[in-house]
Design a protein around this ligand. Structure first.
Ligand code: DX5
Ligand code: ZN
Length: 231
């Protein structure tokens, strides 16, 4: 085991995970401190390899720079074709949860077991056009399911209306599994779309642009939480 994962178990409340993809990287430390002090629950770190998605972002060194500098659990989203190449490096860098995509090239059971071998929590993500039923047989290995509500690769896109049905189907699968699994939604979340996701069954919401590009990121975060909790 590398470290004890700080990711808590699902508790029926809404958790908010600001995505540093939209942060001002010149001021990353300040940006993280501000959302932490403002009540963020986790920090979402998007990892892109230029193959699984047509963009590049952060490597393990960014996670290790954050590790120990923030109390927030590090929720690391691997948008990569070959997660087996990177899991160990991100676990050693201090990820608290590692999410892989069901559409990735590597064999998923092996990838999830490899994540668990480091004491890191496991997540499995589906893209907007992926059949949620693919998750069912893997539920025993999961701490979180991440439903993409935009095509992965870029921040600032609009929430796809078809995501509501995806979220409902994943919530059914989680209920049927009888396990306590987070249902996180990622892409286009703001105070208008957060209630749609929460009503469909989400209990963790990623928000990039809606928080870090807002004039007042902490107010935006609180408004998203409020909107998602008042349903
Ligand atoms: C997109 C990423 C998201 C992104 C969300 O591929 O996985 O986490 O940061 O950004 P917004 O909230 O701006 O849609
Ligand atoms: Zn993400």
């Amino acid at each position: 085991m590398i470290k004890t994962s700080k990711m808590p178990a699902a508790n029926g409340k809404i958790s908010i995970a600001p995505s540093i993809l939209s942060a001002d990287l010149f001021r990353l430390g300040e940006e993280v401190k501000s959302v932490q002090d403002g009540g963020a629950d986790w920090l979402h770190v998007d990892v892109m390899d230029g193959h699984f998605v047509p963009n590049l972002s952060f490597g393990p060194s960014v996670v290790s720079s954050l590790n120990g500098k923030t109390d927030l659990p590090l929720d690391v989203h691997l948008m990569v074709e070959e997660p087996m190449l990177f899991i160990e490096a991100f676990a050693r860098a201090g990820a608290d949860l590692l999410t892989v995509h069901v559409e990735a090239k590597d064999e998923i059971v092996g990838a999830l077991e490899f994540i668990k071998s480091f004491g890191v929590k496991t997540g499995l993500s589906i893209k907007p056009d992926t059949d949620p039923e693919l998750i069912s047989p893997l539920a025993d290995l999961l701490d979180l399911v991440l439903v993409m509500s935009v095509q992965p690769g870029f921040g600032g896109q609009a929430f796809l209306p078809s995501s509501e049905e995806q979220i409902r189907r994943v919530r059914d699968i989680i209920t049927r599994s009888g396990r306590n699994i987070w249902l996180e939604v990622d892409g286009g979340i703001n105070a208008q779309t957060a209630p749609l996701a929460a009503r469909a069954g989400a209990d963790a919401l990623v928000a990039g642009n809606a928080i870090f590009k807002a004039a007042d990121p902490v107010l935006a975060l609180k408004q998203i939480r409020q909107a998602a909790s008042d349903i």
